[in-house]
Design a protein around this ligand. Structure first.
Ligand code: GLV
Ligand code: MN
Ligand code: MN
Length: 421
């Protein structure tokens, strides 16, 4: 078998595994896996078995991250982290997050039994999407020591706290500090689908991520007065639904006015949510992102003022909660160069780009040098069941990853970084 046939086989296997995991779900008929659900347990069993067979020692930390350590050539060696997340949005595709973990398993399979001057730790992060508790990055926050009491006490829609979810999974919240990275962790590298149309429009399979846009997530509640839909004249209403609708359109208008700004109201809940009752309360999510923290923060503040103005004019009040305020981050220049070199070695032209999507990489980048590689996403479609990836692009990514490991193992600069660890 030629080398390219072997890589093509590995790529087929990666795609088949992602599809297999898409059937491990909380909601039969579509894909949904949230933080430490039964589906996550089953997913961990499968991925853990693959990690184990690839020569890694597998464990689950107290924040629910699935971890597998592939040893170095010598003991007491520094550690390179590779990973992505295993949770999904509701009605998800098969590749967001999952591909990065499964591809990393494939890199170990390709490496085995060769050992490098550094250990490789694979991490399947437990929570990146923010679906169950409204706040993303629960898993990666534990690695940087930021899974704090405030977050542990957040509740899901059934009133279960993050802490209780951890306990019910059989883990010990008191041990969360042990999930934090050690000084011997020298770098983090994440493969991920682009989730946008840029690479496809350029005809390029792999992208080098330069930075990740900052994001704010919040919750707004318009509080009016519920009343009879048939008897309450239009001019005497305090209709939370109409106020929310006006504000949603304002969110879109503000985002369209500013180059690169994206703002989304993706979730809405009305009370009492009945056809013949003027809504008394409407709760909405706001997700707002830009590569400049200044632009993002200014837009978020403006939208908060607009919500107040709309509520006041209509005789309502508004409450708001900030659930996440995550600054934009830059990737490590040395790793960007290394990734670019490895991608070019596979025969690809590369493109440097900013990620609009959030990633575990943006949390880890706070503490260790971090790099990200994007794979072209057909149609730019993601967070949707028709999300896809081409097997040929996965093969390029595997080749790029294997070359990257070899390059880092031979790099004088990386050696220096490892000695500092
Ligand atoms: C994660 O997928 C996000 O960017 O919302
Ligand atoms: Mn996602
Ligand atoms: Mn993702």
């Amino acid at each position: 078998m030629s080398l390219s046939d072997i890589v093509a086989d590995r790529a087929e296997k990666v795609v088949a595994r992602c599809k297999r995991l898409a059937s491990v779900t909380e909601t039969p008929g579509n894909t949904c896996r949230t933080f430490l659900s039964d589906a996550m347990r089953e997913c961990y069993r499968e991925v853990g078995d693959w990690m184990d067979a690839a020569g890694a020692e597998v464990s689950i930390d107290a924040a629910g991250n699935l971890r597998g350590v592939y040893p170095a050539a010598q003991t007491a060696a520094p550690r390179l982290l590779l990973g992505s997340h295993l949770d999904t949005v509701p009605d998800a595709g098969a590749y967001d997050g999952v591909l990065g973990v499964v591809l990393a398993v494939s890199l170990l399979e390709a490496l085995q039994p060769r050992k490098l001057p550094f250990a490789i730790e694979l991490i399947g992060f437990s929570e990146e999407e923010g679906i169950r508790f409204g706040t993303p990055f629960i898993g990666s926050r534990a690695l940087v020591g930021k899974l704090d009491d405030e977050l542990l006490n957040r509740t899901d829609k059934n009133g279960i706290t993050v802490r209780t979810a951890i306990e019910r999974f059989g883990l010990k919240p008191a041990e969360i500090s042990k999930a934090a990275m050690n000084n011997d962790n020298v770098a983090y590298v994440e493969f991920h689908i682009e989730q946008g149309p840029v690479l496809e429009s350029l005809g390029i399979p792999l992208g080098v991520v330069e930075g990740i846009a900052g994001q704010m997530r919040g919750e707004f509640s318009f509080l009016g007065r519920a009343n009879h839909a048939g008897t309450t004249p239009m001019n005497l209403r305090h209709d939370a639904m109409s106020a929310a609708a006006e504000w949603i359109v304002e969110v879109e208008r503000v985002a369209k006015r500013e180059q690169g700004l994206v703002a989304t109201v993706g979730r809405i809940a009305a009370t009492p949510n009945a056809a013949n009752v003027v809504a008394g309360q409407v709760r909405l999510s706001l997700d707002i992102r830009h590569k400049s923290d200044h632009v993002r923060t200014r837009a978020a503040e403006f939208l908060a003022v607009q919500a107040e103005e709309i509520a006041h004019r209509r005789g309502l009040t508004v409450e708001r909660k900030v659930l996440l305020n995550q600054p934009a981050v830059f990737m490590d220049p040395f790793l960007m160069d290394q990734i670019e070199q490895a991608a070019q070695q596979t025969g690809c032209t590369t493109h440097r780009m900013v990620s609009g999507a959030g990633h575990d990489a943006m949390i880890l980048a706070d503490k260790i040098p971090t790099g990200m590689i994007f794979l072209r996403t057909p149609g730019g479609i993601s967070h949707h069941p028709s999300e896809s990836v081409s097997v040929k692009d996965v093969a390029k990514a595997i080749e790029c990853g294997s070359l990257l490991l070899t390059q880092l193992a031979a790099s004088g600069e990386f050696q220096k970084r490892m000695c500092r660890a």
